[in-house]
Design a protein around this ligand. Sequence first.
Ligand SMILES: Cc1ncc(COP(=O)(O)O)c(C=O)c1O
Length: 346
Amino acid sequence: MIADPDIQYPESLALAQLPTPLQPLDRLSAQFSGPRIWVKRDDLTDCALSGNKIRKLEFTLARALAQGCDTLITCGGVQSNHCRATAILGARLGLKVHLLLRNDESGDDGCGESTVQTRAPDGNLFLDYLCGATISIYTKAEFQARQQALFEHWSQHYAAQGRKAYLIPTGASDGTGIWGYIRCVEELIDDFKHTDIAPTHIVHASGSGGTQAGLSLGCALYQLDSQVLGIAVCDNAAYFQRKVMADIDHWQMRYDIAALPANVSVQVNDDFIGPGYSQAGPEVFAAIKRVAALEGLLLDPVYTGKAFHGMLELIEQGYFEQSDDIVFVHTGGLFGLFAQREQLSF
Ligand SMILES: Cc1ncc(COP(=O)(O)O)c(C=O)c1O
C-alpha cells in the first residue's frame, strides 16, 4: 500500500474485508471491440454487508463512537443498501439502529403499502428487520417534506430516553463518509501496480454522491491519472456536480484542510437514469442477465446494473479508446435484485 504522509486519515473502524480484488472481465471485453474491462469487487467487502457503504461507515461509525453515541439514525429508500449496512453494523457493534425509510410508491419496493405491509419484507428490508433495526416507513411526499424534522423528532425521542443518537445522512455521503473512497483510491493505486495497468477511467454508479466525491478527491490527492466517471442512477448531472462539491467542501471544513487540490475533476453521465430511481428498463435487466451468465458477476437493477449498462452503451458509442483499460467499481447492492426478481424472465 502506498502511504502518503500528507494525507492524515481520521480514526476509522476496521469493518470491511479489504483489499477487494481487481479482476478482468475478458469474455465480456472480447464481445466488444473496445477497452479491456476490469471490475473492482467492492461487492465483496463482506457477506450481507457487501458494497460501498461499509467503506464509508468505517469512518462514520468511528466518529459516532468517539462522540459517545449509542444509537444510529439514518434514512433512505425502503430497499436502501446503506440502511441495510447500517442495520448490520449496528448489530455488530451493539448500537441501536433506527431507519427512516421512504416508500417510493411506484415500482416493486419489496414491502407493499407505505406504512402497512401487505406481505413479507424482501431484499434489504428483510435484512433490516432480521438485524433488529427499528423501522419507520413514510410515504415519499412525507419523507421529502419532513426529512430534517423526522431526524430531529427521533433524535429528541431517544434523548428523552437517555440515549445519544448519531445522525447519518443518506448514503453516509458527507465529509466523513467520503474518506472511505479516498482510501479506496490508495488501494486502487496498489492494484494497478500489481496488475501493471494504467486505467484511463474509473466508472461507478452515483446515487447520493459520496462514492464519486471520495474517488474524485482521492484521485486528485494521490495524483492518480484516471478519470472518475459517475453514472447517475437518479438525479441529473448538475445535481451530482453540486452534491459532490458540497461533500468535498464539508470534508474540507470538518477536517480543517487548508486547500483543495487544484485538479479535482467531477464527471457525471446522466443518460442512463431511465424511468427513475429504483426503476430500470428491460435493457438494464438484459445487461444483468448477460453479465451474470457470461462472467458470473451479479449486478442489481437500482445501481450497478444501471451503471454497468450505461458503461456498455458508452463502449458501443466509442467513448473509450480500444487500447484503454477501464475499471468498473462494483458497489454491491445484490439484495435489491431479489426485491425486483419478477422483472426477470428466463
Ligand atoms: C449498491 C450501490 N451502488 C452505488 C451506490 C451509489 O453510491 P453513492 O450513494 O455513494 O453515490 C449506492 C448507494 O447509493 C448503492 O447502494
